[in-house]
Design a protein around this ligand. Sequence first.
Ligand code: 5AD
Ligand code: SF4
Length: 420
Amino acid sequence: MRYMKNQNRDNLSPLDFVQETHKIKAGGMTPKCPRVYVRTFGCQMNEHDSERLRDMFVQRGYALTERVEDADVIIFNTCSVRKHAEDRVYGKVGTLGKLKAKTPGLIIGIIGCMAEAQKDEIFRRLPIVDFLCGPADLDKVPDIIDKIRNGAGHIMYLEGYKSKRIPEFIRDRRIVSNTYVKIMEGCDNFCSYCIVPYVRGRERSRPSREILEEIKSLIAKGAKNITLLGQNVNSYGKGLKEKNNFIELLRKIDKIIPSPLPSPLWGEGRVRGEIKINFLTSHPKDASQELFKAMRDLKSISKVMHLPIQSGSDKILKKMNRKYTVKKYKKLVKDFRKTVEGGTITTDIIVGFPGETLKDFNDTLKIVREIEFDAAYIFKYSPRPFTKASKFKDDVPLKEKERRHRLLLEIQKKISLSKT
Ligand code: 5AD
Ligand code: SF4
């Protein structure tokens, strides 16, 4: 990495920027600092976890690299929501055998949901892997690496999700205009197809004071789009000592977004509305008219609602343990569109869930045509360990899942195009 005194730092990539910032603080990086490569699979939660992890490494004097060939430590932050995501990691890590053999001291780790779900199966299939670490313990990763350097052999750091630990606040976040803030971790919903509660654990929320502090510091560093993350943001606040809920939190956040008057506190020329707060994901059983009103009234809150429907058949929704009906979902959409003028609705859909007949699938097609989502993320059902649905017969053949997937994608594509 080169650093020239007069270089325009705005032109640096986020990766370079974070390295430069730390070099300056440390008074110049040591020429031989170890290099870490972090690759992310899966959702925004994982993207965010990787972002935190990179910051932790940089604070410990590591440099970041985007090439496995240059790395001293290679980390895959993984996803278990569908089997395909796990297969990709097995494939990718499987290709690193030669590199490991010719690079003395190279450390390879698999972290995140798949580490938790697959456990020592990973060591069996990929003996080149040195350590595993679950999503609730990512702050332990740099220490795990130190232990391996000191000859500890294979390390597994799993099942941290059983504790009530709340994700820690990072004080030295990378400066990027689009960034995430975790407001809660885990999920208590136990949708019958979903592995998340088993790998990320039960729901726990961060105190609002911490969230506000983090948002303020990100804005002061130039963040423009901040996405609040949680598996089910609508149930934010459960179990906290303070009395709080998601709508209350949105109100508190909106209050700290810079006012139109230039203020030395926020930097010159900032106007209210310039900074947008998004949130992911909402569960239809907990979304309410009160939330829609908050989206309408609070200027900094974005008008995008991601509201996964999963299926258009009540029979399948019940088997999925989603706790709402198609009628209730349709009413929510109607209320949202009436209340939040110019709002956008996106969704997730699973095709080929056990017992999904042609009639059930046609009901999904019908609701997709009727609602006209702005975007839909469509997935083929994939049986996942620990889940209730993994005990159901996976009776829709792969070819048929693919056909339903294709058909829905085509229909949604036309709808999305007609809206742009
Ligand atoms: N198979 C297919 N899709 C799934 N999802 C979650 N679990 C599974 C599974 N076992 C989808 C859901 C969820 C999105 C993040 O992933 O649609 O909303
Ligand atoms: Fe999984 Fe359902 Fe929780 Fe979403 S709400 S993370 S789909 S269990």
